[in-house]
Design a protein around this ligand. Structure first.
Ligand code: NI
Length: 246
């Protein structure tokens, strides 16, 4: 059940049977020479909607913008400051908690969100522990690609070439979702430099000149994307249900 396509009486009905909600979260940032700027939020949204359609779970509108300061030296990237993203996550969860949602399952597409969103969850819990807020909430965040099926498939499809950013798998999934917008580009070297620590945007650009980290997304295809989609939806159904039962 997509929240954006539902009425308030439908949400009221839903809450009689479940207090769970799935929140897709991603980023607006460069994804190398052939990856779409929206890759992270498109992928998270695609998988989240697949889970929602399969089991009738409420899926919130996508939090498209994320913490992407390190990508800002590439055109088309935008970031929320960590402090802004924490407030966005807090206000969204608090709003839905007011109506009876208690279990918030974030399906994430972007590594740069992890520290900030985890801190935002701690702020939510702290408000309750300090008795500044009442309604108990439980929040969890996982990558759409973190389940066993999906991880194994990524290793099979792209041995040594999936990488850490602009990954072959995430580009494939976005290609399957947005088949009208598949891009092709030459990439040299074929597999980008492996992951190393980085700091701000200019430093990132110096270390990873075409935006990729460790990946060869010229291997990406929408057919791979379909396999990854099916694996990720199954993985996330199990993860969501386990979270609800926890
Ligand atoms: Ni990404």
């Amino acid at each position: 059940m997509q929240l954006a396509l539902s009425t308030w009486p439908e949400v009221e009905d839903y809450l009689r049977g479940s207090d769970g909600m799935i929140v897709p979260i991603g980023s607006v940032e460069q994804h190398g020479p052939n990856g779409l700027i929206g890759t992270d939020h498109l992928d998270a949204e695609f998988v989240a909607r697949g889970v929602g359609d399969a089991i009738g779970a409420a899926v919130a509108p996508t939090l498209a913008y994320g913490m992407s300061q390190h990508h800002l030296a590439f055109k088309g990237s935008a970031t929320l400051r960590p402090s802004t993203l924490m407030l966005v996550v807090r206000d969204v969860v608090e709003s839905f908690a007011l109506h009876g949602f208690r279990k918030f399952f974030f399906i994430n597409g972007h590594g740069g969100n992890v520290a900030t969103v985890t801190a935002a969850f701690d702020e939510l819990y702290a408000a309750r522990s300090l008795r500044a807020a009442d309604a108990p909430v439980q929040c969890r965040m996982t990558f759409w690609s973190a389940g066993e099926r999906c991880r194994k498939l990524g290793e099979q499809l792209y041995p040594g070439a999936n990488g850490a950013h602009a990954t072959a798998a995430e580009v494939s999934l976005a290609q399957y979702y947005q088949q009208e917008h598949i891009k092709h580009a030459q990439m040299t070297p074929k597999v980008a430099a492996p992951s190393s620590p980085f700091f701000e945007a200019a430093d990132y650009r110096r270390r990873f000149p075409d935006g990729r980290i460790g990946s060869d997304p010229s291997l990406s295809t929408p057919e791979h994307g379909k396999l990854l989609y099916e694996a990720a939806v199954q993985d996330m159904i199990e993860a969501y249900q386990a979270f609800l039962a926890y």
